[in-house]
Design a protein around this ligand. Structure first.
Ligand code: SAM
Length: 228
């Protein structure tokens, strides 16, 4: 089931191209907070070796089912250590916003950077900044896969630099009927300066803000330069 407004193939192709522009020989990629593995299902066509990392077990299991032959590690993006490094590390669709404080953001970016080879490329899709964020409007979205239809309505609020989204889901499934549930997601509104500081503190440079998959959803790219 694909979220409306997202084209994972186009996003993965765009991100692979931006990585290759900065590291033409890039041949491996780690997607951190990879969800159900939709980007990885396309990245595997652009890189000889890809892996994922995901905290939530149901998401990770869905990714493993989708991605035969690809390792999807269980782990927390703020504190994980794999046995290898990669030409590129990605953290997409604002997953980085799940970090709860500036300290945790710094620790997470340091952890992502530690998994880059010299010359490697970090690609982040940040959450909204405090200036961009507007609480209140109800956001709606739908997705379908033929047999199932999901409608999501989301209402948001802000407390300090914390944004909270309450999501209401209606799932219509041919055969089993209609189910309703809610989920609450809390993401931190970091400033561009806080992202920049975390990336530079992790030893990366050439930091760029690039157009992303939707208005006001930029991508950040940065390089881990070879020592000396
Ligand atoms: C908005 S989804 C994005 C999923 C995927 N990157 C995509 O683009 O479809 C955010 C993901 O981050 C995961 N996540 C949240 N906190 C995490 C953490 N501390 N470590 C690893 N994954 C985390 C969630 O379980 C969820 O799968």
């Amino acid at each position: 089931m694909i979220a409306a407004g997202k084209n994972y193939q186009r996003e993965a192709d765009d991100i692979a191209a931006l990585i290759r522009q900065r590291q033409p020989t890039a041949d491996s990629l780690l997607d951190v907070a990879c969800g159900t593995g939709l980007h990885l299902s396309h990245f595997r066509n652009s890189f000889a070796h890809v892996e994922g990392l995901e905290l939530a077990d149901p998401m990770r299991k869905a990714a493993i089912t989708r991605l035969a032959g690809i390792t999807v590690h269980a782990g927390d993006m703020s504190d994980f250590r794999l046995t290898r490094t990669f030409s590129a590390v990605t953290c997409l669709f604002s997953a980085i916003g799940y970090t709860r404080s500036v300290d945790e953001l710094n620790q997470t970016i340091a952890c992502l950077a530690a998994h880059l080879e010299p010359g490697g490329v970090l690609v982040l899709e940040p959450w909204f900044t405090p200036n961009q964020w507007i609480s209140g409007p109800v956001d709606t979205g739908t997705a379908a896969d033929g047999q199932r239809h999901v409608t999501r309505m989301c209402v948001s609020q802000q407390t300090g630099t914390t944004s909270t989204m309450t999501m209401h889901y209606l799932l219509g499934d041919t055969g089993t009927g209609i189910r309703h549930w809610t989920e609450e997601h809390t993401l931190t509104l970091f400033t561009d300066e806080q992202y920049l500081h975390a990336i530079q503190q992790a030893g990366l440079s050439d930091v760029e803000w690039l157009p992303g998959w939707r208005d006001q959803r930029p991508r950040i790219a940065a390089i881990k330069h070879r020592p000396g």
